[in-house]
Design a protein around this ligand. Structure first.
Ligand SMILES: Cc1ncc(C[n+]2csc(CCOP(=O)(O)OP(=O)(O)O)c2C)c(N)n1
Ligand SMILES: [Mg+2]
Length: 330
């Protein structure tokens, strides 16, 4: 699949301004992620997706906003909640779905499943089941990338900021001036625990105390995320060292398949749904940028047919032969 990064995106990444065409592209990508995740959930319930799944629904604006600012030489590391990170980077949706279905046509030959997807061709250096693993991987990648003006991005959750290597990596990156952007997706919970119950002080202050460039952003607003990311990525690329973004967001479904979300406060889910990233982007397109409703409707129809095609082809794809290994390009 061709890189999703259009000239409009690159031009807009210079000043962080998103125009109508660009926002429509971002809206389509978020819509695809949302529908992809809903599809994964239903295929999982039908027993077609093996292992477990951690869905990204609700957090789409973070991955899409950040990845829209990345260039060909940049890299990103996602989490076990990584389908959204992969799709935002331009990983082929069919290859990703096939991977989750354990098929030979999956991006990792059907061997990685939901939590460990890698697609170097599309700049995804890995999705990590170890909480905070993406932080270490992106920091290491930044060591190599600084020689060719590339930037590495680490996506991780609020809970990961209590891991030892969060502190080690930020310190290391600052001391060496590495081109890495740390993107904390604060979705208010680590599994079933509210982040404030296990986190001393403010997350962003942890980066500030190490003198990283640090920003907080509304993680529901794709334009705001994109603007914050454009600035952070630009600074990292310009040699200003590691940058940090805390994006406040919310996951709609349970932590993983076995979590009914009983710990949520009353009305919390409904309040966040009012600020759904798709609803906000749709409103911005219609009200601020004068887009026609029919254009958005057409995008939705297009995504629906893409999803139907993905399911049909994915369920028909062959399983890998026993013992078959996939060769990876460096
Ligand atoms: C090193 C490590 N410790 C514990 C776990 C179990 N675990 C999986 S997800 C998770 C919560 C992480 O929360 P957060 O970083 O906020 O990410 P979110 O799931 O909210 O996206 C935990 C403790 C793990 N996978 N890895
Ligand atoms: Mg969390």
């Amino acid at each position: 699949m061709a890189s999703p990064h259009t000239e409009a995106e690159h031009a807009a990444s210079v000043d962080g301004h998103a125009d109508k065409a660009l926002l429509l592209t971002l809206y389509r990508r978020m819509r695809l992620i949302r529908r992809f995740e809903e599809t994964v959930q239903s295929l999982f319930q039908r027993g077609e997706v093996h292992g477990t799944t951690h869905l990204y629904s609700g957090q789409e604006a973070v991955a899409v906003g950040v990845c829209s600012t990345l260039g060909e030489d940049d890299r990103a590391a996602g989490t076990y909640r990584g389908h959204g990170h992969a799709l935002a980077l331009g990983v082929d949706p069919q290859g990703l779905l096939d991977e989750l279905l354990g098929r030979a046509t999956g991006v990792c030959g059907g061997r990685a499943g939901s939590m460990n997807v890698v697609d170097l061709e599309h700049r995804l250096i890995g999705c990590f089941g170890i909480v905070g693993g993406s932080i270490a991987a992106a920091t290491g990648a930044a060591l190599a990338l600084r020689r060719r003006q590339g930037v590495a991005v680490a996506f991780f959750g609020d809970g990961a900021t209590n891991q030892g290597y969060f502190h080690e990596c930020l310190n290391f990156a600052k001391v060496l001036g590495l081109p890495v952007v740390y993107v904390c997706e604060n979705n208010l919970y680590g599994e079933f625990t509210p982040w404030e119950d296990v986190t001393a002080g403010q997350i962003r202050a942890r980066a500030e105390t190490l003198e990283l460039g640090a920003a907080s952003v509304d993680g529901q607003d794709v334009r705001a995320v994109r603007a914050a990311a454009a600035e952070a990525v630009g600074r990292a690329r310009a040699g200003e060292g590691p940058q940090f973004i805390e994006a406040r967001t919310y996951r709609y479904v349970g932590h993983s398949r076995s979590d009914p979300g009983a710990y949520r406060k009353e009305g919390e889910l409904e309040a966040w749904r009012e600020r759904d990233p798709l609803v906000l982007a749709r409103a911005a397109l219609l009200d601020d940028l004068g887009e026609q409703p029919a254009v958005l409707d057409a995008v939705e129809v297009e995504v629906e047919s893409e999803i139907a095609r993905l399911i049909e082809r994915g369920l028909e794809a062959p399983y890998p032969a026993p013992g078959a290994a996939r060769e990876f390009k460096d």
